[in-house]
Write a protein that binds this ligand. Structure first.
Ligand SMILES: Cc1cc2nc3c(=O)[nH]c(=O)nc-3n(C[C@H](O)[C@H](O)[C@H](O)COP(=O)(O)OP(=O)(O)OC[C@H]3O[C@@H](n4cnc5c(N)ncnc54)[C@H](O)[C@@H]3O)c2cc1C
Ligand code: FES
Length: 274
């Protein structure tokens, strides 16, 4: 495993939706190396509370006018100590960041239509993934080339005011299908039910709360669609040392634990033990 550790200046930090912010970090070499589905660990050098770093997915890389990566964007929902601290940062403040971490999304099976299914704050890994799939951006040294013809994003939120980045996903070229638990945005109900009412794609990718991922894995198995899920398991180190992030997976002789930070965060849904 090879990752970089940087003290990175914040370039911008602004709201995208209720309690949801985009933070832009200046880290050119990390931005040049990271791929969709990979993540970074972030901690504040100015505080020991929280002491441990927190994992955040790559939202997208930021390029200069010549197309050279200069930094990364991370989108976060304020839920606790670290995300509250992040929401109070200003341009010029420093953060400690290490990455790229984890395996990232595998290429799809099939070259026509894939669907990305997000729930809660699970939309964050999908902006860069859409651009890589449609070939409008290359990441981590990979050449930009179209891998599929169509990408559909199914995005479910509790309520309309929590929907973050929909304009970015649309501008990146995805066909957008929205759902909300309270009926204030798109389909009234679960995003997995919305997906089930549509023609099956060739490959599914999911990220979000565990019950949603379980429902997606069940649907993928029933409809015989290959499916990869990005897990949001809490992590302490992010680099494979502490074993705080393990998840059960099926093996040839039963099951075993895998570390989400180094063996994931993206897993074949058929291998996960629920
Ligand atoms: C690979 C990966 C990628 C991720 N990408 C993103 C991303 O792009 N954007 C994003 O927003 N998140 C992402 N997450 C989730 C993110 O890491 C967590 O939301 C983050 O760690 C929260 O940190 P925190 O310090 O703000 O919250 P914490 O203080 O650690 O709290 C976390 C949760 O525990 C609850 N909690 C805290 N203390 C207590 C208590 N005493 N009793 C009961 N409940 C409590 C909080 O309400 C909250 O729900 C990702 C996770 C993984 C594993
Ligand atoms: S977070 Fe430490 S081993 Fe995964």
């Amino acid at each position: 495993m090879s990752f970089q550790q940087h003290s990175t200046p914040v370039l911008a930090n602004f709201a995208l939706a209720k309690n949801t912010y985009l933070i832009r970090l200046q880290c050119p070499t990390l931005a040049a190396a990271i791929r969709p589905g990979q993540f970074v660990m972030i901690r504040s050098p100015r505080s020991t509370d929280p002491l441990l770093a927190r994992p955040f997915a790559l939202y997208d890389t930021r390029l200069d006018e010549r197309g050279t990566p200069i930094g990364i964007d991370v989108v976060y929902l304020v839920v606790g100590k670290m995300t509250t601290l992040l929401a109070n940062l200003k341009a010029g403040d420093l953060l400690e960041v290490w990455g790229p971490l984890g395996n990232g999304f595998p290429d799809p099976i099939g070259d026509q239509h894939v669907a990305l299914v997000a729930g809660g704050i699970g939309q964050t890994p999908f902006l860069a993934h859409i651009r890589e799939l449609l070939g409008t951006r290359g990441y981590g040294g990979r050449t930009a080339k179209p891998r599929v013809k169509q990408v559909s994003l199914y995005y479910g939120v509790r309520s309309a005011d929590l929907a973050a980045g929909v304009g970015d996903f649309r501008a990146a070229g995805a066909t957008i299908h929205l759902a909300s638990n309270d009926g204030t945005l798109g389909h009234h109900g679960f995003v997995t039910d919305l997906l089930a009412s549509h023609v099956p794609p060739q490959h599914l990718y999911g990220c979000g709360p565990e019950p949603m991922l379980h429902a997606l894995a069940t649907q993928a198995e029933a409809r015989k669609i290959p499916c990869h899920l990005s897990l949001e398991t809490p992590m302490a180190c992010g680099v494979g040392i502490c074993f705080s992030c393990v998840t059960p997976v099926k093996t040839s002789d039963g099951w075993d634990y895998k570390r989400v930070c180094v063996d994931g965060p993206v897993f074949d849904a058929a291998c996960l033990k629920w």
